[in-house]
Design a protein around this ligand. Structure first.
Ligand code: NOJ
Length: 463
């Protein structure tokens, strides 16, 4: 069902698990700041301690090993290496990631390193962050130093996790750090993430020529209620261009789609300069998939308490509530979407798209230990089962998929939702830091052990 050399992994990110926010010289990140601002994060949670992974990493690597993971996707905290986002190093930060890599080495787990999973040094945000073109140079330098330090130990690198989220949730809707609501800044940030990706890729490869570098994009297909409604179809095109094609075309073809120029107008013209989009050669494409976006009927704009990005780009809003069961994030369960994306890029991009990896996929469900200490997260097992079957189907239909990373190894700090949303296959008691593998961890172990032979087809996959 899955190729023999398929990479089975688990994923986390620095701010979500490390804690030790000010230890060993780490600088302040935009998430440290954001969490201090009242009303930004659910329950006023923060990443000061998180999963205390900074001190408990040996236990966490042992957990990965016990699950049978072959690879671990994690991120490096930029302000741990360069507290002020400049060129002044903090050696204790570098030492921490060497110790983590030692532990992974000893466990026989392949590291997959993300350079940026949202914890920007606050000092760089003070200069405008991703909305300021200077970020490209700063990121290029950081990438070069990471490659010099870890290039001999790590093969697979990804510069920026989910550039759409970085740009639009951070600078457009303001629900993530740095909490800005400004379409111009969001468009500028979007463009700068493409440039920074390309610059980082070239920097890494100039130092570690055998490194495998690729983008990690959060993608979704639009599910349109009524395909005969021209307004819904237009909304679907905008959503697709805005979330998917901006980065797919920008990174793999060196241009933005015409629809993007139409809807972003002067915001984009102001920031794009000749040569900005020169294509760099990517070795892989990472896709983070959680759910498809539902496009429904036209509704009055004030229908939503918080206008969504897509609504700001058009003169009306679309109904986005989905039918069917939702996860704790309020997200619909649309397993067909993950396979559709894999098949779509294979068909639409051909040789222009390199081997694909699912770099994140998972769901939040609030299930804790029962009286015997077991965590029966059966909804998560169904979710994983159905999404993995959809990936297997895409492979059977010709998609080249190199691996799958489950999000997440353990419950952790879910950004603006704080600790209230549990994505882990391992339960974490945030009072005691006890880790308890859930039933889904055992299920995933079996998937890895049997190459998916334990997956079961059910009758519920109706789109
Ligand atoms: C994608 C992000 O990369 C990750 O940090 C987050 O926790 C998951 N989505 C779930 O929302």
């Amino acid at each position: 069902m899955f190729p023999k050399d398929f990479t089975w992994g688990v994923a986390t990110s620095s701010y979500q698990i490390e804690g030790a926010a000010y230890e060993d010289g780490k600088g302040k990140s935009i998430w440290d700041t954001f969490c201090e601002e009242p009303g930004r994060v659910n329950n006023s949670d923060n990443g000061l301690v998180a999963n205390d992974h900074y001190h408990r990493y040996p236990e966490d690597v042992a957990l990965m090993k016990s699950v049978g993971a072959k690879a671990y996707r994690f991120s490096i905290s930029w302000p741990r290496l360069f507290p002020n986002g400049d060129q002044v190093r903090e050696e204790r930060g570098f030492a921490f990631y060497h110790k983590l890599l030692d532990e992974l080495d000893a466990a026989g787990i392949e590291p997959v390193l993300t350079l940026y999973h949202w914890d920007l040094p606050q000092a760089l945000q003070d200069k405008g962050g991703w909305a300021n073109r200077d970020i490209v140079k700063a990121f290029e330098y950081y990438a070069q130093e990471v490659a010099k330090e870890f290039g001999a130990r790590v093969k697979r690198f990804s510069p920026i996790n989910e550039p759409w989220v970085v740009s639009w949730l951070g600078y457009g809707m303001g629900v993530h750090a740095p909490g800005i609501q400004d379409i111009g800044q969001a468009v500028a940030a979007s463009h700068h993430t493409v440039m920074a990706h390309n610059a980082a890729l070239r920097a890494i490869k100039s130092i570690a020529p055998t490194a495998l570098v690729g983008p990690v994009l959060n993608q979704a297909m639009p599910d349109v209620d009524d395909v005969f409604d021209p307004e819904q179809m237009q909304a679907a095109k905008v959503m697709d261009a805005q979330q998917n094609l901006f980065w797919m075309e920008g990174i793999f073809r060196g241009e933005y789609p015409q629809l993007i120029w139409d809807i972003y107008g002067d915001h984009l013209k102001k920031v794009v300069q000749p040569g900005d989009l020169d294509v760099a050669e990517n070795d892989w494409l990472g896709i983070n998939f959680y759910f498809n976006s539902r496009i429904g009927h036209k509704v009055p704009k004030d229908h939503f308490s918080r206008a969504r990005v897509i609504d700001q780009l058009m003169d009306y809003a679309v109904e986005g509530q989905s039918m069917g069961p939702l996860t704790d994030m309020g997200w619909p369960v649309t397993p067909y979407g993950i396979g559709d994306l894999l098949v779509r890029w294979t068909r639409e991009y051909g040789a222009q798209v390199p081997q694909m990896f699912i770099t994140e996929n998972g769901c939040a469900y609030e299930v804790g230990p029962d009286t015997s200490g077991q965590v029966h997260d059966t909804d998560r097992i169904s979710y994983l089962n159905d999404h993995l079957l959809s990936v297997a189907d895409a492979i059977a239909r010709g998609a080249d998929v190199g691996g799958y990373f489950q999000w997440s190894l353990m419950d952790n700090f879910e950004w603006a939702e704080g600790y209230s949303k549990r994505f882990g296959i391992v339960y974490v008691d945030f009072d005691t830091q006890e880790r308890i593998p859930k039933e889904s961890a055992k299920f995933y172990s079996k998937v890895i052990e049997t190459q998916g032979a334990n997956l079961t087809r059910r009758q519920t996959l109706v789109s």
